[in-house]
Write a protein that binds this ligand. Structure first.
Ligand code: ATP
Ligand code: MG
Length: 384
């Protein structure tokens, strides 16, 4: 008898003529997430099995695989020869000590000498005979014992289905550059797009020494959370300190955030084109704050020349974003207090619905090109 982890994938994404490509990417991503842990992943009739791992690593493997996009569900169980005594031994191991249960059998091996209902009845009967605290309830059982008799002469026996990340294998839908702040929204936006199969790179703007090193560490910690879903992550960091100082010195203070956003977008597009990212992703949500009105978005979007900007949170309420943030394990990091560069030189009354012509008039007071070149030269890159 061998302990195994059964991996079911979101089948719909693995069909069609690209199936081979999706599968290779999917397996490569699972292998990456289990790097350093002894194991073997084998394809077995419509699913994958993790075999040959240390018992003590079971939970760790489940935790890591549950974050790989494309994994629909996992079960921990046993692989045994297709023999009723062996199946019964395994069923005892996955059976809770008490409560109501039922046995559900799936029989791919149509030559096996018992039918599915016969297997369920026999295993259920034997379990009842061994343990007086068990009872059978086929309609609303406390737990289910699953028996999968397969065509290769083995059977899988397991109880729970652990729901996982779903989505598409990361890397199958290109590459995008996420504007990662230290807030709640942008990590959620990155997670949503990675879930659709896009590999995410990150760009963070800081304003050191106006913003401190803890703020930067916070962003790195958020990137590490995302890296578990994204099969590793690259974080680029650019200083916008000088840009902010120049805006502060030369322009109407009410336009600070509006103008800064346009610089951020230009720098993001430049980096994305250099690194082969095919789009820019932000955590903007319509009307959430002053700079995220449609007028604000029009102003920042209009400097982008070639790439699409994806704003996956545009239609979400803050509560929904917070719930997602908690689910992906980012929330506790995102709520650490910090100064974002957008809060430096923040005006008392920012322009809420900036008119593009006014923004352009303010921006004309700056040497945009040389400020961009200077900021881009501060680029630093880390990888996790
Ligand atoms: P978040 O919670 O993601 O910080 P927010 O609600 O605070 O978002 P804004 O500060 O207006 O909203 O930022 C909108 C988006 O702009 C962010 O989601 C992020 O994608 C990008 N952004 C803001 N500040 C930075 C930064 N310092 N570095 C990189 N991207 C940023
Ligand atoms: Mg923010």
């Amino acid at each position: 008898m061998e302990k195994v982890i059964i991996i079911r994938y979101a089948e719909i994404h693995l069909k069609g003529k690209n199936r081979g490509y999706f599968e290779r990417m999917f397996v490569a991503n699972m292998e990456k997430s289990l790097r350093g842990i002894r194991h073997e992943i084998r394809r077995r009739s419509g699913r994958y099995l993790v075999e040959n791992f240390e018992d003590g690593q079971t939970e760790n493997i489940v935790k890591k695989l549950s974050k790989v996009f494309g994994v629909h569900s996992l079960s921990v169980g046993f692989k045994v020869p297709s023999d009723m005594d062996e199946i019964f031994l395994a069923a005892q191991l996955v059976c809770d000590g008490s409560g109501s249960f039922k046995v559900e059998t799936h029989r791919a091996d149509k030559k096996f000498y018992l039918t599915s209902p016969q297997i369920s009845a026999e295993i259920g009967g034997r379990l009842l005979g061994k343990n007086k605290r068990l009872s059978v309830n086929v309609h609303e059982p406390d737990f289910v014992i699953n028996v999968d008799v397969r065509e290769d002469g083995t059977a899988l026996v397991f109880n729970k289905f652990i729901r996982c990340a779903d989505g598409m294998p990361v890397g199958t839908a290109g590459r995008g550059l996420l504007l990662l702040s230290g807030g709640i929204d942008s990590p959620v936006a990155g997670h949503m797009i990675a879930k659709r199969g896009m590999k995410i790179d990150c760009l963070h703007f800081h304003s050191y020494p106006y913003t401190n090193m803890q703020a930067r560490q916070k962003v790195m910690d958020l990137a590490k959370v995302l890296s578990e879903y994204n099969c590793g992550i690259k974080v680029s960091v650019i200083s916008v300190k000088h840009i902010q100082e120049e805006i502060h010195k030369n322009c109407n203070g009410a336009y600070m955030v509006t103008l800064l956003r346009r610089f951020m977008m230009r720098l993001a597009e430049r980096l994305a084109l250099k690194d082969g990212d095919q789009c820019i992703i932000t955590g903007e949500s319509l009307g959430q704050v002053a700079s995220q009105t449609i007028e604000g978005m029009t102003s920042s979007n209009s400097v982008i020349e070639r790439l699409p900007v994806l704003r996956p949170l545009c239609g979400f309420d803050k509560n929904e974003i917070i719930e997602r943030s908690r689910n992906i394990g980012a929330y506790d990091i995102s709520i650490r207090p910090y100064e974002d560069c957008c809060t430096v030189f923040l005006p008392d009354y920012p322009i809420i619905k900036p008119k593009l012509e006014d923004v352009l008039a303010e921006e004309a007071k700056l040497d945009v090109r040389s400020l961009l070149d200077e900021a881009f030269s501060t680029l630093e890159v880390s990888e996790f």
